[in-house]
Write a protein that binds this ligand. Structure first.
Ligand code: CR1
Length: 820
């Protein structure tokens, strides 16, 4: 299949050549001279130099894909959490060392320049970061792929703390522009929303429904090149920005004058304005549905144009196009593709539907009911009236199949229907996704098992084989090579390079796990990374921490199911034990948190406030002699994670069993030699399988135990009453002791735990706290800890996103690599 194209670079990659290239960019792209250039200017010029090399390869890659008429996968996602692109670009362009030398000769360095870049934070959490890791792996594996999403003007909000409370500020990441994107107005495309359905005669004389009226919106694409590592392939991420089709709407002008015309224009441009800062709650906002439709409609038109360049017959569409839906957010694409074939191209329903269902594959990322998208029928009617009709028709035909399989089974029809009946009818986007896709996958073995057994058992019965698992992964380029240069260097020194593209090679480290010299080198790297992080903590929030202490890290979105408050209860228990017994022999600990809470999620914000207030109090308490420190780093984002991950000793993965679909932070931390304390949830289960029971701290209830307890009727108050220490620390939170200036402000957290506790924090407290005693003992035994840490790094090969993407390509997309 794979045919290769010729590729020779026109750019001089030598150190002098790169120096010249950077200076040229400084002069001709930025109009600066070397005397007056700011650090930012140098960063921009260097980035542009790297970008030139990447663009050269991108053109060659696109030519190769076009010439071989290759099948491509299109990754549709409302979120891409790319972080910074600087180091990644240098590594992928293969010029990291050369650029470093070139900069050195000019009195600069990559380390300082790197910090000039604003994170590209077009996502909330794991789902968006997964999309970014996948793009990296797709390019690295030479797989023809395009990511499609929205060019948000504002990414995820910037977080600050005021008196320990979260405050949200806009993330205007584009204020100074970015060197990575290329705007392509020539590929702009127009889409429509709102309007009505009318019956009209088509050009064959048939009386057919047509979507008319409505509002036109222009989509303008911005491309971010995605270079593979150690290969010439450069794919791209195409993000759509919404604009008013005409700079100035004369009709609106005539109706209401200048102000009205400008207002209309602003409405169109609102669509790509902000990323919804919601992690797992669907607020059912009209604008969100418009965003979803806008970007998939633009993307499908773009895919059509590309398909038509090299192909004639629509029947071949699924041979050349696979579309992966990153959760249900882009699921309206299923209906739009059907509409394009059926309404616009006059294709018969059966044929159109058959092509559609051979094209889409859907990834489910959560079982939490509050995250399962549903749109009310009236809202759909208003925004996408023709799509609503098509959904009802899809559903009618789907329910006929259900009837054929289970005649007269009303219950099955009700649970399988795309439409949920009720006071207001709702469109269930997950059901639509299952019906309209040929593959549905979960993101970890346990998650997929629960997806089949708990969320969609009837669908699994109806479509045997459609459900499958693709355990998540992370890219080793960003999450080891770039973020942990010390460890990368040590690894390459010990086992050679090559692990960057074949992470299983890390197994080669196992044989040194007991070697005292390697242990001390490994732990020296960890120590140096902790010193770096300690410095960041000091400059960011003014707290001094001891790098010899155990760095106990919980970094992820703030959510009740992730149970940062369980961690907090344990901190309070330790604090109390130390106050009661000042001689208690525990290893000093630094608890490190970083997390953003959704702006409307009051309890999550209350947990942030609680951790901050308890932290302030403990950090100032001379009695415990610095043995405990609590640090909450504000504004969690990819670039900050890249500093925390290499410095972690312990990784907190303590979600209520059955709630965390996979987790990917767990993989990043373990890869960098942190030990996991965690529940048997999501990918933790597979991490335990890989590293071995002796190299992980498992605690808490299993899924079965959780289910049984909930079924029996969970009463947190019983646990509260039965456990003296637990009762004391919960009461402590509620007592105003930590928040004397804001009485009552932590009450909601305390009450929630005692009387509601939907995520079984109190039920898991004792087991978690016991497990931490084992952590403490292990940490004090230095050789043992070192061995365990090495084993974690050595055995993380499975969790490379290259493995994940390899499985998507062969098992779902049937996609072959194309060498450039
Ligand atoms: C899950 O909660 C998983 C990521 C990526 C999240 C997390 O466990 O690692 O997806 N789900 O698969 C999500 O954001 C909307 O759902």
């Amino acid at each position: 299949m794979s045919e290769s194209a010729q590729f020779t670079s026109a750019i001089d990659h030598s150190v002098p050549g790169l120096k010249k290239l950077i200076k040229n960019h400084l002069k001709f792209s930025l109009a600066r001279d070397t005397q007056t250039a700011s650090r930012r200017d140098w960063w921009l010029a260097t980035s542009k130099a790297a970008q030139s090399l990447i663009i050269e390869r991108m053109i060659a890659t696109q030519t190769a894909h076009h010439r071989t008429n290759a099948k491509r996968v299109y990754y549709f996602s409302l979120e891409f959490l790319m972080g910074r692109l600087f180091s990644n670009s240098l590594y992928s362009a293969g010029i990291f060392d050369e650029i470093e030398l070139a900069l050195q000769e000019m009195g600069l360095d990559t380390e300082t320049l790197r910090k000039e870049e604003y994170d590209m934070a077009l996502g909330n959490g794991g789902l968006g970061r997964l999309a970014a890791c996948f793009l990296d792996s797709l390019a690295t594996l030479d797989l023809p792929a395009v990511g499609y999403g929205i060019h948000y003007q504002y990414g995820l909000f910037k977080q600050e703390f005021r008196n320990g409370h979260q405050v949200e500020l806009p993330d205007a990441w584009l204020t100074y522009g970015t060197p990575w994107e290329i705007v392509r107005p020539e590929h702009s495309t127009e889409v429509q929303v709102f309007g009505q359905v009318e019956n009209v005669f088509d050009d064959r004389g048939n009386y057919v429904p047509r979507w008319t009226g409505g509002k036109k919106i222009l989509g303008v694409p911005y491309d971010i090149p995605i270079p593979g590592f150690g290969t010439n392939t450069v794919n791209f991420l195409r993000l759509w920005e919404s604009r008013a089709p005409e700079e100035f709407d004369f009709e609106a002008f005539n109706r209401g004058g200048y102000g009205e015309a400008v207002r209309e224009k602003n409405v169109s441009e609102t669509i790509s304005k902000v990323l919804y800062p919601n992690d797992k709650t669907e607020s059912g906002k009209e604008l969100r549905l418009v965003q979803q439709y806008f970007f998939v409609a633009c993307s499908l038109r773009d895919i059509f144009r590309r398909f038509r360049k090299d192909n004639e017959a629509w029947e071949d569409f699924p041979e050349k196009v696979a579309i992966q839906l990153n959760d249900t957010h882009p699921a309206i694409a299923i209906v739009e593709l059907l509409r394009l074939f059926h309404d616009e191209y006059g294709m018969a329903w059966e044929k159109a539907w058959s092509i559609v269902t051979k094209t889409f594959a859907y990834t489910n990322h959560t079982l939490l009911p509050e995250a399962l998208e549903k749109w009310s029928v009236p809202l759909f009617q208003k925004v996408l009236p023709r799509h609503l009709q098509l959904i009802f028709e899809i559903n009618k035909r789907h329910l006929e199949q259900v009837e054929a399989k289970w005649p007269g089974d009303v219950h099955r029809k009700r649970v399988l229907s795309i439409i949920e009946e009720g006071h207001v009818q709702m469109v269930r986007m997950a059901h639509l996704s299952v019906v309209g896709s040929f593959s549905v996958n979960g993101v970890a073995a346990l998650h997929t098992q629960l997806l089949k057994a708990e969320l969609f058992p009837e669908f699994d019965e109806m479509f045997p084989g459609k459900f499958n698992n693709k355990t998540n992964g992370i890219t080793p380029r960003r999450w080891l090579l770039a973020c942990n240069p010390r460890l990368s260097t040590l690894i390459s020194k010990k086992i050679g390079t090559g692990w960057e593209r074949d992470l299983d090679k890390l197994r080669g480290l196992e044989q040194y796990a007991n070697d005292p010299d390697f242990q001390s080198e490994f732990m020296a790297v960890k120590h140096a990374n902790k010193v770096d992080l300690a410095r960041i903590i000091k400059t960011q929030i003014g707290i001094s921490v001891n790098p010899a202490a155990l760095f106990d890290v919980q970094i992820k979105r703030l959510h009740e199911y992730k149970r940062q408050h369980l961690n907090l209860l344990h901190i309070l228990a330790l604090y109390r034990r130390l106050l009661q017994n000042p001689d208690l022999d525990i290893a000093p600990r630094v608890f490190i948190f970083s997390a953003k809470a959704a702006p409307g999620y009051d309890l999550a914000k209350c947990i942030i406030k609680a951790i901050n207030s308890v932290g302030t109090h403990i950090n100032a308490d001379k009695r415990i002699n610095d043995r405990l420190k609590v640090v909450f780093l504000p504004n969690y984002r990819v670039s900050l994670a890249q500093r925390i991950v290499p410095a972690a000793d312990l990784s907190e993965q303590i979600s209520t069993a059955g709630k965390e679909a996979s987790g990917t932070g767990n993989m990043k931390l373990a890869l960098n030699g942190a030990l996991t304390i965690g529940t048997l949830d999501g990918a933790n289960v597979e991490i335990r399988e890989e590293v071995g029971e002796e190299n992980i701290f498992i605690c808490g209830m299993t899924v079965e135990e959780v289910t049984a307890l909930v079924k029996k009727g969970y009463r947190p108050h019983d646990f509260y009453m039965a456990n003296e220490e637990l009762r004391a620390v919960v009461d402590w939170i509620g007592s105003n002791y930590f928040t004397p200036d804001e009485p009552g402000c932590l009450r909601m957290l305390c009450d929630n735990l005692i009387y509601n506790d939907p995520f079984l924090v109190l039920a898991d407290f004792q087991s978690y706290s016991d497990s931490h005693k084992l952590v403490d003992a292990a940490f004090k035994d230095k050789p043992r800890w070192a061995k365990m840490a090495i084993m974690n790094t050595a055995r993380m090969g499975k969790f490379s996103s290259d493995r994940t993407i390899g499985q998507y390509a062969s098992e779902i997309w049937k996609l072959d690599p194309v060498k450039v």
